[in-house]
Design a protein around this ligand. Sequence first.
Ligand code: ADP
Ligand code: MG
Length: 350
Amino acid sequence: MRLPELLTALLSAGIVASIVSGCQPSTADTKISGRTMGTGWVVRAAGCDLPDCAATLNALISQRLDELTRIFSHYEPESEVSAFNRHSGVEWFAVSAELASVAELSAQISQLSDGAFDITVAPAVDEWGFGPDANVTAAPVSAPTDAAVEAARRTTDYRKLHVRMSPPGLRKDDPKLRIDLSAIAKGYAVDQLAYLLEQEGIRNYLVEIGGEVRVAGNRPDGQRWRIGIEPPNADYPLIDYVIEPRDQAVASSGDYRNYYVMNDTRISHTINPVTATPVSNGLAAVSVIAPAAAQADALATALMVLGPDAGMELAEREGLAALLTERTATGLRVRQSTKFADYLVSYEPD
Ligand code: ADP
Ligand code: MG
């Protein structure tokens, strides 16, 4: 067997995935990349028949990502999410069908996880210094006051957000309620790029945004796509687990890329919606494999909040393919759900 070669080390943002290839890429391999949602995107398409494939796809993808940013970004004051967040009325607020459908999917994952995943967590995300106005290069000078955390906690509750599909709209019970789709929007965008490729007749592809990946068909060399999962805290692209997602998506969440340290405590960007405080349950990273990237993305965040035991219980109960990495006094402890084993392939580093 050829020595496996790391094609891409996806170290940009919040990522644990790298793409692993075993053979020479063929000439039919189109690889394009760019920036979106504060991170990078990569698309690889095998056997693309479009004229000038790379340039054509690049234009279509960039246009689609711009559309999605105009809906989901909470950094852009003009996005739909920002407009809904500014709106302090409790009557229906008209939104695009896309925003309503992602809010609906979010509500389903909130129910499934008993509120561990909750897009109404935005006020707490802001209080802890991870919101749109955050200074990404520096930790806040102090933790939020108890009163501020309590106010954020009282506002946060997915049951206070209502979704209507026709005409598409959102409604808040609490005028202070705000939403943050950061834990699902990247996954949703990955799915949208996958549909775009399929509409162009492409059946063999890999799409990745900031570590959330979706694959279909085979690699240019005819083999199945393989994804490598890095252990948390890797200083270099070290691959621990290699999986073959087989026409599915894999998404990861972790406490080791987007965090700061305050008074010797690691402050994670994942918030427990019940307490409105950053999670500290021992979990360092979670990866989930699911048919769609939006689900995988949201579920990875949900398991991060639930922690090693309740997270694994949910994964087993729902038949999810999940890999949970926990920090223990003796080092990292990795646990995989029963279903995860279906996707694991053996890998010899040398
Ligand atoms: P990453 O962006 O590293 O892939 P996630 O998908 O877990 O990680 O998204 C984390 C982001 O989601 C946070 O920065 C915050 O904006 C938001 N968030 C934090 N806690 C929650 C939660 N419990 N439910 C939903 N969104 C959350
Ligand atoms: Mg997520």
